[in-house]
Structure formats: structure tokens, C-alpha cells
Design a protein around this ligand. Structure first.
Ligand code: SAH
Length: 490
């Protein structure tokens, strides 16, 4: 795979950008991703309703009120209840009160959104969840090469855009800011490129915004003489940096490059399940003694079933749908893609989406990860990350339905993407200037980014064997048609 990738590396890259990347700075010894496999999510007992109750208040805000009665028959023996925590956290109290005041269960999407981004106690809001000491580790945290290669992609697209004098470089969900920091360091020698950048970080977590500020080595600079107006500058590139909690807040009107790495997988999904009553929605309820959360199945289609499941299935063949008993749909991903496609259509440029997922309907992938281990989705909400596989086909259809001025490319595997961009050259350059320990870290990091499965060269403890993410992660680009086909999707 990699040798083939090498031979297909773009001439633009092998002749130009890669040769002039700055000399390797100290190769990182970042910690390894210890979570490597995906557990089969538990399934709900779909036994037919015997004790249905009516919950008139369950509603989807975008639709008129629809009366939904809830199948509680699975509650007594449900395998998917949470373990009663010693005392309820603020988030648990909040979730229980929503369910109580609604008079019925909430969708998995609403549960996921509250758990991850509730402004007071969501998983991402008050803590640094990344790295070996956190809950999970991502590609930019594995190796500096990841951010550098995204930088190469960004510079190539900027060239294809005709080297505009101003560019909004937007990152969605930048985590610790590591990817952007590596991108800026890696491109710092390209003065003409870096002087065009205005960096926009779209981040809902105040804690992570602070980490991003220091990762980008930001300073606040007075704009006027009395110092009453300030702007933030990254000392890595001299570029202005702004933070926003949503993409909508980033000003329009400037050519745009958007990066979304492991952002889509955190967007809330609805889960649907085929039952004897047709497609129903899986929902989160509290048990009768109010102690635990548990999954229940709506006894009839909910508004989300009629709206989102129907829409998603229109983009699939009857055979693809017929094979499935569970389907996940992410309306927020569709909405976000609409926004991205419209922005790129009007302002020019492109977006790069990298995530784990599939080029088709996702069946049942929601997972909870805490301290590098899979845990029960309903246990101690807010203490574990929730994420779901990304449906790349749905992103493609969503982008195309809002604009005919954009084109969608991929998905290709992360291994192909990084290989075509020339990560092999980069690792070799870094290895030449590394200590033994750094070389070890570079090798494992490289394997994690582009390899598939367990690293064959590993001689350390089994539980630390580096696992390749090269084929599980996919890359897709959405670009303005004026830009032609983006590297390396030719
Ligand atoms: N891209 C980073 C982090 C991925 S984790 C990396 O690869 O390391 C998801 C990131 O998206 C976090 O920074 C989280 O705080 C942010 N996030 C999640 N949901 C969000 C939302 N709805 N709006 C804005 N940011 C969000």
C-alpha cells in the first residue's frame, strides 16, 4: 500500500512543497493511542409493547407536536441500564429533569448532545480529555507528521485556489490545538502562504479554547494606540486567530479552507431500530425507581423517524436498507455539511473531513470511551466520550443537494491520503535527525497513522502494541469546482 502510495505522490508535492518543508524540529515522543478496537455495541431488547404509556409531550422542535407512546416493556430486564452512581452529578440531575418534565424519554441524539456539550458539565466543556492521561488519543496527538501533512494539503489547495491574498483557515473542533500548531510550524517557511491566513477555531469548550491559545503560542496585541481594541496573534505564523462556538459565527466573504478532524463523530446521532411495528426510534429513559438510565424503543415512528430516517434512506438502495435492523442518522452532520458547502460555493476554497466511518449507512456504532476503555453508554454520563461512525455517503449527498458549484472527492483511506501526500518522505527526514527514543516514537506513530492492524515490528508489551488507523479512518474533500480536483484525490 505504501510503496504504491509513494509512486503516486503528486509531482507538485515531490518537486515542490515537501522538499522545502522546514528541517525537522524535535520529533515528538507523544504517547500512543491505547484504544484500538471497536466493541460491538449492545442492542436493545425489542420485545413488543405490552405496557405502553402515552407521552403527549415528546416533540421534535422542528415539527408540529406528534403524540408518541413509549414502549416500556423492555424496561424490567433491559441489559442496557446504567449502574446507579453513588450520588447524581449535575449532568445526571439535568438529564433526569429533562426526561421528567417532558413526561417521556429523550432521543439518543439529545442525550449525546447534552453529555458532550452541555455548557455547564458536558464531557468536553471543563476538562482536557486527550492524550495518555486523558480518555482517548487522536492522530495529531500521536505524531507531528499528521498536522504537517494536513498543512501540505492546505498549501496545495491554496495554490489551486490561485494563491488568494486572504484566506480564512477554519478548524472545526481543534481539541488541544495540536493539529493547527503542527500545520503552522510545518508551513512557517512559506511566507507567501502564511501571511494570507486568518485562523478561525470553532470550539465550544472554554477549557480547550485556552489550551489552543497556548498551543498556537498566542499573544494579545493592541490594535489602536490606547490599547482598547486587541487582536490575538499566533507567534507560530504571525496570523490573527479568532475563536467561535459555531461555524455560522465565522465571517463570510473570504476564500476558505476548512479542516474537520474527528469533529463529525462527536455530532449527535439518532438511532432507529426495525421492529414488528416498523422502524421505531431508540430513546433514553429513566427507570421506574428513577435511579438509572435505560434504553427504550418508541412504539411508533417518531418525528425524527419520519424526517431524518426517511431522508437518509432516500439516498440508499432498497437492498442496502433491507439488510439492516439498526440505522444511525446524524441530522447535525447534514446541517453542518450544508453550511460548509454553501460557504465554499460562495467564497471559494474547500474542506477536508477526516474521521472514522464508512461510505454508506451506519448501522449501530455509538460507543462510550473513558480512560482508553469502552464503557456503558448510559453510565455516569459526562465522564466518558461518546462518538459514532461517520456516514460519508450522507455527507456527500448533503453537500451536493445545496450547491452545484461544489464537488465532493473521496472518501479514501487515511493511509492513501497521507501516503499520496508524502508522509514517507517526511518520516525519513525526521528519522535522520532523531535519537533512538525519538526514532522509536516516530516509527510507532507512523504505523498508527498509516498502518493496518497490529504493528509487525513491535517488540514491547502486547497491550501496548501500536494499532494502525490507516484503513479505519477516511478522508473526504468538498471543494469549489473552480479549484479543480484537490490533491491527492485525483
Ligand atoms: N480535532 C481534535 C479534537 C477532536 S475531539 C483532534 O483530532 O485531536 C472533538 C473536538 O470538537 C473537541 O475539541 C470538542 O470540544 C469539539 N466539539 C465537539 N462538539 C462540538 C460542537 N458541537 N461545537 C463546537 N465544538 C465541538
Amino acid at each position: 500500500m505504501l510503496r504504491r502510495s509513494l509512486s503516486r505522490a503528486s509531482p507538485l508535492l515531490s518537486n515542490g512543497l515537501l522538499q522545502t518543508l522546514p528541517l525537522p524540529f524535535a520529533p515528538s515522543t507523544r504517547s500512543l493511542r491505547s484504544l484500538s478496537s471497536h466493541t460491538t455495541p449492545q442492542t436493545l431488547n425489542p420485545s413488543p409493547s405490552q405496557e405502553e404509556e402515552s407521552h403527549e409531550n415528546l416533540r421534535d422542535s422542528s415539527r408540529p407536536t406528534v403524540s408518541v407512546s413509549i414502549d416500556r416493556s423492555g424496561l424490567h430486564n433491559s441489559p442496557e441500564h446504567s449502574h446507579n452512581p453513588s450520588s447524581d452529578s449535575e449532568l445526571v440531575k439535568h438529564l433526569k429533569s429533562i426526561i421528567k418534565f417532558r413526561g417521556g424519554p429523550i432521543s439518543v441524539a439529545e442525550y449525546m448532545e447534552e453529555v458532550l456539550t452541555n455548557p455547564h458539565s458536558g464531557f468536553y466543556i471543563n476538562q482536557d480529555v486527550f492524550g495518555a492521561g486523558g480518555d482517548f488519543i487522536t492522530s495529531p496527538e500521536v505524531s507531528q507528521m499528521f498536522g504537517e501533512m494536513i498543512g501540505v494539503w492546505t498549501m496545495c489547495l491554496w495554490e489551486q485556489m490561485g494563491q488568494p491574498e486572504e484566506v480564512n483557515l477554519i478548524e472545526l473542533g481543534p481539541g488541544r490545538g495540536t493539529l493547527m500548531a503542527d500545520l503552522l510550524r510545518g508551513s512557517s517557511k512559506f511566507v507567501n502562504f502564511k501571511k494570507t491566513l486568518h485562523i478561525h477555531m470553532v470550539e465550544c469548550s472554554p477549557t480547550l479554547q485556552k489550551l489552543q491559545y497556548s498551543a498556537l503560542k498566542c499573544v494579545d496585541e493592541a490594535v489602536n494606540e490606547d490599547g482598547s481594541t486587541k487582536r490575538t496573534i499566533s507567534m507560530l505564523s504571525g496570523s490573527p486567530v479568532s475563536w467561535h462556538s459555531t461555524l455560522e459565527q465565522v465571517p463570510l466573504g473570504t476564500p476558505t479552507i476548512i479542516i474537520a478532524h474527528e469533529f463529525y463523530d462527536a455530532l449527535p446521532i439518532h438511532q432507529f431500530q426495525k421492529s414488528s411495528r416498523g422502524w421505531c426510534e431508540k430513546m433514553v429513559d429513566v427507570s421506574e425507581d428513577s435511579l438509572n438510565f435505560r434504553f427504550v424503543l418508541s412504539p411508533m415512528p417518531t418525528p425524527a423517524t419520519l424526517l431524518y430516517l426517511r431522508k437518509r434512506c432516500q439516498w440508499a438502495s432498497a437492498e442496502e436498507v433491507a439488510k439492516l435492523d439498526h440505522i444511525e442518522v446524524c441530522p447535525k452532520a447534514m446541517e453542518l455539511t450544508h453550511q460548509i458547502a454553501k460557504r465554499i460555493s460562495s467564497d471559494g476554497g474547500g474542506a477536508l473531513i477526516i474521521d472514522y466511518g464508512k461510505n454508506g449507512i451506519i448501522s449501530d456504532s455509538l460507543q462510550a470511551i473513558q480512560k482508553h476503555k469502552f464503557v456503558n453508554i448510559l453510565d455516569n454520563p459526562g465522564s466518558a466520550d461518546l462518538s459514532a461512525y461517520v456516514d460519508f455517503a450522507s455527507i456527500r449527498h448533503s453537500a451536493k443537494e445545496v450547491s452545484e458549484h461544489i464537488s465532493v472527492h473521496g472518501p479514501i483511506t487515511q493511509s492513501q491520503f497521507l501516503g499520496y501526500l508524502g508522509i514517507n518522505f517526511r518520516v525519513e527526514a525526521l528519522l535522520q535527525n532523531s535519537t533512538e527514543e525519538q526514532a522509536e516514537s516516530l516509527k510507532t506513530g507512523y504505523w498508527q497513522l498509516v498502518g493496518d492492524g497490529e504493528a509487525p515490528f513491535w517488540e514491547g508489551p502486547n497491550e501496548q502494541t501500536p494499532i494502525g488507523m490507516g484503513n479505519r479512518y477516511l478522508a473526504m474533500a468538498i471543494v469549489n469546482k473552480k479549484q479543480g480536483v484537490p490533491v491527492p484525490f485525483e
